[in-house]
Every structure is written in C-alpha cells, then in structure tokens.
Design a protein around this ligand. Structure first.
Ligand code: SAM
Length: 216
C-alpha cells in the first residue's frame, strides 16, 4: 500500500465526521439525534467514493443530514476532509460494506438514497453484487421511509437497463428515466453535481444515465 494511502487511513480514523464499521452500530435508528444532534431527515449516498454528492447536497440542503457510505477509507478521506475544512456540519461518512446496511440503519430511518456510479459488475455471475440487484433493493426498502426516492446515476448503459428492468419486474414506481441526463430537461443543480468518476466519463464523451424510483 502506498505511503499516502496509509497516511489517509490513519488520518480518517481521527475525523469526527467519519464512523468506521462497528463504531456505527450504536447509531442505528438514532443517526439524526445522536450523530448529527438534530431531528433532520437522513439521506444516504451509497458507493460514495470521495463523497461529492454527500458534500454538495449538504451545502444545498442545510436542513437535511447526509451520510456517504463506502468501504474505502482513503476515498472517504477526501469528502470528510473537505466537509471539515468547510465547516459543513450536516455531513457524515460511514465506512462499511453496503451489504451490512440493515445493521446500521433502522426501518424507515432514511429519507432518500443516492447511488452514484457504482461498479456495474456486468458478468452474469456477479449480478448479486450489483447495487441495484433485488438482494440490495430489499435492504433499501427496509431503511427507506415510505415513498422515499432512490436515485441512480451511472455511465454504464447495461446497469441502467438492468435497473429499469428490475423496477418494472418488481412493480416499483418509476419517476424519472433518461439515458442522456445532460441533454435532457432533468439536469438541474442537484443532478449536475459531478463525482470524480463522472468527470472522467464525461471527458470520454460518455452519456450519463439517470433513474429515480421509489417502492410506493
Ligand atoms: C466506481 S467507484 C464510484 C465512486 C463515486 N461514487 C464516484 O462516482 O466517483 C465505486 C465505489 O463503490 C465502492 N463500493 C463498491 N462496492 C461496495 C460495497 N459493497 N460496499 C461499500 N462500498 C462499495 C468502492 O469502494 C468505490 O469507491
């Protein structure tokens, strides 16, 4: 492991806005009250990487709490450091495997979910690892409040089509679907937040797909 990565791992453990693994368990059902010390809604960014959505949504919506979830501490380091340096209080990061989400969030605790440029896992044998496979959707259904939105931004056309198929198969409610976000009517201030990976894909002239859906 590189020296910088090791330094970031050590530093991220000292950040007050980062919670790692088991340290997050006591916050289940109490993120707003005990972590953020308020009663505001909690929004998750899953596979957050450097947490661009978490930090920028927090700036746009000071009346909500935002938690970036990823298992890579050296990536979370970036977003957590930016939030600390800018004095943004409604940002937190949780370093866990998304598979364990139900251990960390109570039923109905989450207002909205963002999934930003997740690894597409195109191989059929890896379907269960896709963050929009039924195995993960069932977890999101638990933690989301009734009617809470899931937003998926991806450069990967296959993952976009796959997710749209699951939405239909499972009878979920589709609110927005576009295969070319930046040439659509939907590219507002929120959807134009660009993540580290998104910027790379845009440089390669990739289209950006977007889906917004809910369970009811
Ligand atoms: C392609 S990167 C995207 C990062 C960021 N959202 C962006 O757009 O720049 C995918 C991220 O998902 C994280 N990830 C993948 N599977 C995960 C899992 N099961 N649990 C937690 N994080 C996961 C990886 O660590 C990585 O940071």
């Amino acid at each position: 492991m590189g020296k910088d990565k090791l330094k970031r791992f050590a530093e991220v453990a000292t950040f007050p806005n980062v919670v790692q693994l088991d340290a997050g368990l006591p916050f289940k059902g109490k993120w707003a009250r005990d972590f953020f010390k308020n009663g505001n809604p909690v929004v998750l960014e899953l596979a957050c990487g450097k947490g661009e959505y978490t930090v920028n949504l927090a700036k746009l919506y000071p009346g909500k709490n935002f938690i970036g979830v990823d298992y890579k501490g050296n990536r979370i380091w970036r977003g957590a450091k930016d939030a600390l340096e800018d004095g943004i209080k409604n940002v937190g990061f949780l370093r866990i495997q998304i598979e364990t989400l139900l251990e960390y969030f109570a039923d109905g605790e989450v207002d909205e979910i963002w999934i930003t440029f997740p690894d597409p896992k195109p191989q059929v044998s890896r379907e269960k690892k896709r963050l929009t496979s039924p195995r993960f959707l069932v977890k999101y259904r638990h933690v989301l409040k009734p009617g809470g939105f899931i937003n998926l931004k991806t450069d990967n056309d296959g993952l976009h089509v796959y997710t749209a198929e699951k939405i239909e198969e499972l009878g979920l409610k589709l609110h927005v679907k576009t295969e070319d976000l930046y040439h659509s009517e939907f590219a507002d201030e929120v959807l134009s937040i660009k993540t580290y990976y998104e910027k790379k894909y845009l440089q390669d002239n990739k289209n950006i797909n977007y889906l917004k859906f809910s369970f009811q």
